[in-house]
Design a protein around this ligand. Structure first.
Ligand code: GLC
Length: 432
């Protein structure tokens, strides 16, 4: 058994740590401008202009069953869909706003189709819900708001009532957590609390005030969510510590620990294929196949999960670049899932030689050595002598011979000179 003790939290995180790999889906009106999901903020788009995307929202190729099939084929075990992003547009048939998918030409409840399709493929279901809302009339105009530069921003801000907005969020979260069966993850995004300690905070930061647990009324919001879906996993981004730490677009270099107690925590890195989360037509920064695979390995080797994002196009399908990236995962996971599912950071007695990353089965039976830099002919691993019974490549179960050096505790693996034809080969070490 793994010796790592992980901080206990209210949600049911055990399945989550076992499954390790999920699909994030960012879909909304911003798929149409196709130049970042923050487009409304970046370009300070006036409301009437942004309305064009609502009027032309026709994702005619959207087939959630196809999304789910591709997620499953990539080896992903759960998914998190943006039910509402910062733009405020709702992908579900909510009773609390007209700014929803069922009022667009498309007319269908995408959240419903997503839930049905992913559940049918056996994947667990997550909802992303943006705390920020750049459409709601009660959401104050602050430093991030698209109206912040309007000459009459302060006038427009008058009368906005945050408590009404907080109630709106509770109403919607109730809809989401009662209307769609069992929901496994609730992913709030995100807080930027004003720091009362910093009286010298620049004016632009104070403009409209920061937003954190007080403004969102996070205690109430989360209590409601937990009462409706007891085992649900909730992230920490409502400015209230819950189940899940969520480093974004960074690769942690060690297992994430609790800020105060130092305990190991449940964490999930969220990453993109190309930089933005929503579909971005002209982005040129698509990650290489090697990087995609190694990000997953690196994450699990530090006890974390990977939530990898896809931004469907305005027509609702995954574009060719996203499909290729998913296929990279599918091809590798077909042969290497065993070193990911049910795996965690290897016990500290095993030290990864340079260019390799280790994972280990929770139950301690296998050590997996991921050869990210393929060595020439030999690989020496310390701390392993006397602890192994058999070794093989994971992708084809071909035997790997080894020599044990009892004096030093080292094991030297004899590897073929030519790297096997998989992105990152894995030595499967069966432990005694
Ligand atoms: C950020 C961004 C957002 C994205 C999210 C995913 O907070 O605001 O666009 O949805 O991260 O982690």
């Amino acid at each position: 058994m793994s010796s790592y003790v992980i901080r206990k939290t209210p949600g049911d995180t055990e399945w989550f740590r076992h499954d390790r790999f999920g699909m994030f889906i960012h879909f909304g009106l911003y798929a149409l401008p196709a130049r970042h999901e923050w487009i409304k903020n970046i370009e300070c788009t006036p409301e009437e202009k942004y309305q064009r995307y609502f009027a032309h929202f026709e994702p005619d190729l959207l087939d959630a069953r196809e999304w789910a099939k591709q997620a499953k084929a990539a080896g992903m075990k759960y998914a998190v869909l943006t039910t509402k992003h910062h733009e405020g547009f709702c992908l579900f048939d909510t009773a609390y706003t007209d700014y929803k998918v069922t009022n667009t030409p498309f007319g269908r409840d995408i959240v419903r189709e997503y839930v049905d399709a992913f559940r049918a493929e056996g994947l667990k279901i997550g909802f992303y819900y943006s705390l920020i809302d750049w459409h709601h009339p009660d959401f104050p105009i602050d430093v991030l708001h698209p109206r912040r530069r309007d000459p009459d921003a302060e006038l427009q801000d008058q009368g906005r009532d945050m408590t009404k907005y907080a109630a709106y969020m509770r109403d919607q979260v109730r809809e989401l957590l009662t209307g769609y069966g069992k929901i496994d993850i609730l992913w709030f995004d995100f807080s930027y609390p004003a720091d009362p300690e910093k009286s010298d905070a620049p004016k632009w930061m104070q403009f409209g005030g920061g937003k954190g647990k007080e403004q969102w009324e996070s205690e109430k919001l989360i209590a409601l969510a937990r009462s409706l879906q007891p085992g649900i996993i909730i992230d920490n981004r409502a400015d209230l510590e819950q189940d899940l730490w969520t480093p974004e677009q960074v690769q942690p270099t060690s297992w994430i620990t609790h800020e105060k107690t130092g305990e190991l925590v449940t964490w999930e890195a969220c990453q993109t294929f190309s930089g933005s989360w929503g579909y971005y037509r002209d982005e040129m920064s698509w990650k290489s196949p090697e990087m995609l695979i190694n990000m997953l390995i690196n994450t699990v080797s530090l006890g974390g999960n990977l939530l990898m994002n896809v931004g469907p196009t305005g027509r609702g399908n995954f574009d060719d670049r996203a499909e290729s990236a998913l296929a990279v995962y599918g091809e590798w996971m077909k042969y290497h899932a065993a070193s990911i599912y049910g795996c965690t950071m290897a016990e500290p007695c095993f030290q990864a030689p340079p260019g390799t990353r280790l994972t280990q089965k929770e139950d301690g039976t296998h050590l997996y050595i991921h050869l990210q830099v393929y060595p020439f002919a030999h690989l020496t691993v310390s701390g392993l002598s006397g602890k192994l019974t058999y070794t093989r490549f994971l992708h084809d179960h071909s035997e790997i011979l080894y020599d044990e050096k009892k004096e030093t505790g080292e094991v030297v693996f004899r590897l073929p000179v030519v790297k096997p034809r998989v992105i990152t080969p894995v030595i499967d070490v069966l432990l005694a």
